[in-house]
Design a binder for this molecule. Sequence first.
Ligand SMILES: [Zn+2]
Length: 385
Amino acid sequence: MTSSFTRTLRFKVRSESYGWLGAAAVEVNQVFNFCNEAALLAATRTDLKRKWFTGFDLCNLTSGSSQYFERIGSDTIQRICVEYAQKRSAAKRRRLRWRISRGARRSLGWIPFKAASLKRKGRALRFCGKTFRIFEAERLNEVKWGQGCFAQDAVGDWWLCLPVELPVEQRPASEESVGIDLGLKDIAVTSDGERLEAGRFYRGIEARIAQAQRRGHRRQAKRLHRKAARRRADALHQFSRRIVNQYETIFVGDVSSQKLVRTRMAKSVLDSGWCMLKRMLQYKGEHAGRSVEVVSERNTTRACSVCGALLGPTGMDMLAVRHWECSECGAGHDRDHNAARNIRYVGLRTQASVCGNELWHDMIPVEQDRPVLVRHGWGACYATA
Ligand SMILES: [Zn+2]
């Protein structure tokens, strides 16, 4: 069991430092592009000196170069070399895209640094011989940070991103387990019937974005996009926090957004924030000592959560069916709520088979063409799926 975990805090930098940060970002781009060029040259040599540069090689190549830069120091240069080598290896390419400092296709500013080069000075911060002021500096009280970066967003504002170590808080949850179905109409529905409604983040903003774009106000449009994205993140944060506080074990369906992105549902999938929600549940759960598990979604929409009969709606074309009635037992179902309850059963059953717990609930047939045990109230009977 770990006693601490890492999360990244973001602080908005006060605008008086934007000029300096912008100029420093140009120097970062120069180092990055140097690495790019050197790595490409070394990788495409035809003699025996051909080499795939590592971060260590690039650090050696750039050592001592900080004297030629006005703002950034050797720690930033080393971080750029290491990050460059990692990105390039991950991309498996001989060179990456150049970082562009000027013009319309300018790269968003990025200035990495090592933990020791950022110092606290009262309410302000010192970095590379310059004093920075940030908003909400009190969040830095009593935390120890690792290597971080200054990063610029599409609107042009600068943010300080600092990974910090936080202790795991162990608080027992009031309830045992929950199943969560991820969907499009509602981003998430829990087995207890709680919903996170989709599509309300752009409400009222969409028209204003269109208007700004028509008038050629690109910066204003970007600002509105950022506003909608923040509203969505905020709703996801609140929802995931409630779930993690309330339940000990959390089961999430293994819905694959990658698969759905290729269908006509693409826009709503990309917009729904499933990945973000899953990630939040994962790290918040880890922080609170909860168990968060992904379970197979197979048949969870089709099966009746009362009797287990596979009589529900199925397939993409049936997505419009929001409510249905089980013709086997007569129970009325909300599509997503029913699926969430099934996800919880599947999760509990998978868990039970691991730890030998008798609390299993065998409602959902996993294999379609095999008779499965289904429990009806007191008795048990065999039903053919
Ligand atoms: Zn039924």
